[in-house]
Design a binder for this molecule. Structure first.
Ligand code: NAD
Length: 471
């Protein structure tokens, strides 16, 4: 049985001190793939020490030197794209389509960071004063399992651009993917101590990073509940935090939208990354007068959604990452039934022929009231709630009636009108008439979806401290 027992510290693969292991299970068939040794506080402290020592020199590197490192990383990660995709499918259960797209994002993160770096002014004048944008220090990077490589590369690339060194704690469930990524990073011939990584649990490795005084900033992507723990832990040493947390994103369909076009898109969009996407549009807000028509189109669209093995290129929805996640989604489907929502498609249990993995039926509830828990809480599975509204103002009120504020989507035949509605929505990203991604535009959440922004200049500045020099 394969055993992953190495951390990456100070440019070397070193054996972890931990005795405990975590089993890596293929979510499509429950076969054990490998086991990962869980790192300890001691391992984490060693990684932090290496990053701290390296910061002294790395923080003084030039833009050109940083760009050269980013280019090398891009080249090495690009070489292993196929391996990374295969392991992601096996370990995480992402569909081939999703994993390929995620890999494109992963590689393009280096390009967009280079573009940002080339145009960024680290010195400027405010009033009569020289302002220098200086690297914040050692950054602790803590990531989830739903697009592991992409988060690690995106955050690490930004840290490099800023002149920061890092200690990374990926999800323990992503250790096989991380192992390949580490091989890429090692091949990129990085300065020693620039990148350090320790596998392990959040309660040990994550908590040590959060508490350690030598960590100046934490960049975290994960659940809101963990984000709050990190924010509380970070305040004692006044760490800067960027928190990319959960979502319950509204998808507003105004009555002048072409329903035959936008409703199928809304259904497939809600199931992006098998429903395990922070930005998934899981609340579909539709005009009450058109509910019957929407239901019919949505039901027909759901019948086209193929839940299947992630290796199959035809599959739109793969298994949930773990049995725990499968059980969580089942509990929410039961809750929807108990709350009195009308089941339009899917429901409890596994689709026929897929009993060996963590597969969930592509599920739609309709006639959902926004006060129901299925409309308020992040399910993180292929479960869509259709919520009727009376008029535009009601749609805006329902869209904003949530603790979250990560993304929102608006469909309308009138772009000006959609823009007016967008201005009234509390969300970090609002998509009009489609699902778009811009790696240079800020990404992050309002309210309990997080603190701070990633990507482009906004993301870079979250790793920098302005220093005013008055002469
Ligand atoms: P999670 O919060 O359970 O875990 C995320 C990471 O935090 C893991 O590495 C975990 O080990 C670590 N962790 C757990 N407890 C910790 C602690 N006490 N201290 C420090 N670290 C700790 O999230 P998950 O289940 O891995 O991922 C799914 C969640 O991530 C969803 O809520 C989803 O919305 C969110 N997410 C957000 C974004 C975004 O950009 N906003 C993107 C993807 C996922």
């Amino acid at each position: 049985m394969k055993r992953i027992d190495k951390a990456y510290i100070n440019g070397e693969f070193v054996t972890l001190h931990g005795n405990d292991v975590f089993d890596l299970i293929n979510p499509s068939n429950h076969q054990k793939i490998a086991e990962v040794v869980l790192g300890t506080e001691q391992d984490t402290i060693a990684a932090i020490a290496a990053a701290k020592a390296a910061f002294k020199t790395f923080s003084k590197t030039t833009v050109e030197e940083r760009i050269a490192i980013l280019e090398r990383l891009k080249a090495e990660v690009s070489k292993r794209q196929e391996d990374l995709i295969e392991v992601m499918i096996q370990e995480y259960g992402g569909t081939r389509k999703f994993c390929e797209m995620s890999m494109q994002f992963t590689v393009s993160a280096f390009d967009s960071t280079i573009a940002t770096l080339r145009s960024y002014d680290f010195q400027r004048i405010a009033g009569e004063t020289l302002v220098q944008m200086t690297p914040v220090g050692v950054v602790g990077i803590i990531t989830p399992w739903n697009a592991s490589n992409s988060f690690i590369c995106g955050k690490f690339a930004t840290a490099i651009a800023a002149g920061c060194t890092v200690v990374v704690k990926p999800s323990e469930m992503s250790a096989s993917q991380t192992e390949i990524l580490l091989e890429c990073f090692h091949a990129a011939d990085l300065p020693k101590g620039l990148f350090n990584l320790v596998n392990g649990l959040g309660s040990t490795v994550g908590a040590t990073i959060t508490a350690h005084p030598a960590i100046a900033k934490i960049s975290f992507t994960g659940s809101t509940i963990t984000g709050k723990l990190i924010a509380k832990g970070a305040v004692d040493s006044m760490k800067r935090v960027t928190l990319e947390l959960g979502g319950k994103s509204p998808n507003i369909i105004l009555e002048d939208a072409d329903l035959e076009k936008v409703i199928p898109m809304a259904v497939f969009g809600a199931y992006m990354n098998s429903g395990q996407a922070c930005v998934a549009p899981t609340r579909l807000l539709v005009p009450k007068s058109k509910l019957a028509e929407v239901n019919a189109i949505a039901k027909a669209a759901a019948a086209q959604v193929q839940v299947g093995l992630p290796t199959d290129t035809a599959s739109h929805v793969g298994p949930m990452v773990s049995e725990k996640q499968y059980e969580r989604v089942q509990r929410y489907i039961q809750l929807g039934l108990d709350e009195g929502a009308e089941l339009l498609a899917g429901g409890l249990g596994k689709p026929e022929g897929l009993e060996d993995g963590n597969f969930v039926k592509a599920t739609i509830f309709t006639g959902v009231n926004n006060a129901m828990r299925i409309a308020q809480e992040e399910i993180f599975g292929p479960v869509l709630s259709i919520i009727p509204f009376e008029d535009e103002d009601d749609a805006i009120a329902i869209a904003n009636d949530t603790n979250y504020g990560l993304a929102a989507y608006i469909s309308s035949g009138d772009e000006e009108r959609a823009l007016r509605v967008a201005a009234q929505i509390d969300a970090g990203r609002v998509n009009i008439n489609g699902f778009k991604h811009d790696p240079l535009a800020p990404f992050g959440g309002f309210k309990q979806s997080g603190i701070g922004r990633e990507y482009g200049t906004y993301g870079l500045e979250a790793y920098l401290e302005p220093k005013a020099i008055l002469i």
